[in-house]
Ligand binder design. Sequence first.
Ligand SMILES: Nc1ncnc2c1ncn2[C@@H]1O[C@H](COP(=O)(O)OP(=O)(O)OP(=O)(O)O)[C@@H](O)[C@H]1O
Ligand SMILES: [Mg+2]
Length: 481
Amino acid sequence: MQIGIDFGTSYSAAAACIDGKLHGVRFGDHAQFRTAVFFPAAVPNPDDFVLTDALEAEVESHIRSARAAQRRALDNWQQRLSEAQALPAERRVQAMALISEPAERTESDLRAAALRAVRHSWMERSVRDSRSASVKVNDAIFGDDAIDAYISDGFGHLVESPKSMLGYNLLPGAKKIILHIATHVLEHIRLSATRQLGVPVRAAILGRPVEFKSAMGPEGTTQALSMLTEAAQAAGFEQVSFLEEPAAAAMHYHTQRATPERSLIVDVGGGTTDIAYAEVGGPAASPRIFGSWGLPKGGTDIDIEMSLNAFMPLFGRGEPGIPVHHFREAASVQSPPLQREFRSHNYRNTPAPFRHRLMALQRLGATSQLNREAERMKIHLGAERLGRVDLDFIEDGLTADLDRAHHDAAYGGFLDRLRAVLDRARLAIGETPDSIFLTGGSSRSPAIQSTISAMFPAVPLVIGDASLGVVSGLAAAAAMA
Ligand SMILES: Nc1ncnc2c1ncn2[C@@H]1O[C@H](COP(=O)(O)OP(=O)(O)OP(=O)(O)O)[C@@H](O)[C@H]1O
Ligand SMILES: [Mg+2]
């Protein structure tokens, strides 16, 4: 049995076509899962935690500073409220909308939070001291659960979006880790498919971007394909081939059209944006692909910009004395080497309030949590004018208020690159397409849809299944092979 696998930067999915019918492989209750793996570490037993006098003093000090932060947040709220009330009526409504009352936490909430923090740093210290925190490979956790486990627990190794590292010049150790992670993901898919389809699954067509993210040019794509092949073989696939992701999306659209049309297929994903021009529909067995174009940028790059623009100023971005690259390292959660770099900086002499905020961001799990908020706000601000994020995990009472300007700044660079690659495609095809078929999670963004429409004003946009367009086409192709 041959299946189609969409090993995505953000989400992975798999499906098979059996007797012309699409069978999506389920992952828990879902048709796809976050491409993230968490390997828990064998850590000291939390039950060994005993509240000594020194630790009790730490708890008390946490409670005192949380109480003070709560008081400050309350004063600040009251002051902003009275300032807003003094404004003329037309500006008052908008100003009031931006102010929300800080949540008041009871003494027992404060004590519980302080105990959690103290126990967490005790665990961190114990792990550092024991050096025995070996990784438990067999207990790997996949998907959003992996990120949750890392954020709440912190002990172990999380790799998010391993696909975005495949095209980079990796040191041998890092290369082994990424290969290992990709193998785990593909094995998870193969075993899930085998269980659900009731037959051994040993052959697959994998989607691939036109151009992988890379700092080595075309060599990056060659390396990524060879690493993926090796990972798939290690995961138990005896037969592996690749199909460009936009060609797979074209295949999916092809199966839905009774009459032929020439369509520009645009897949805006998490890591890359992939375009193909194809004749789809009608009696032919598969679409005719005239050309393809790739942009190695996608939704995760927009998340990084969102984080840099909306959150990092709270950590001192733009202040003298803190190198700007520290903030990009912190925001690049897909890159284990950059994350390690960020954690290695010493902020003891950085001025307040940035010192303790940066140190809190260096705690395991914190950058992943911040990135989650950046992604959530990117999506939220696509539809809403304002947004607010609680950053209690960094500092009690700390919040970030966001508006459309943050959204536009985060998208700006990406939209410029998108226009440039669409321009290249438009020039190369030299005719007006009959339609534009959109897929990929980022294609849900109104800013991206309107940018594409504006470049092809007379061409109808066909909104495909954003999540499953590529995997459906891969499954159809797998059934033909
Ligand atoms: N409503 C939305 N607005 C903007 N972005 C969105 C929305 N919904 C999902 N996304 C983004 O879509 C991206 C995931 O898309 P998709 O699942 O197509 O990526 P992928 O296939 O994993 O990546 P790639 O194909 O690049 O390897 C994420 O960056 C996510 O934040
Ligand atoms: Mg994709």
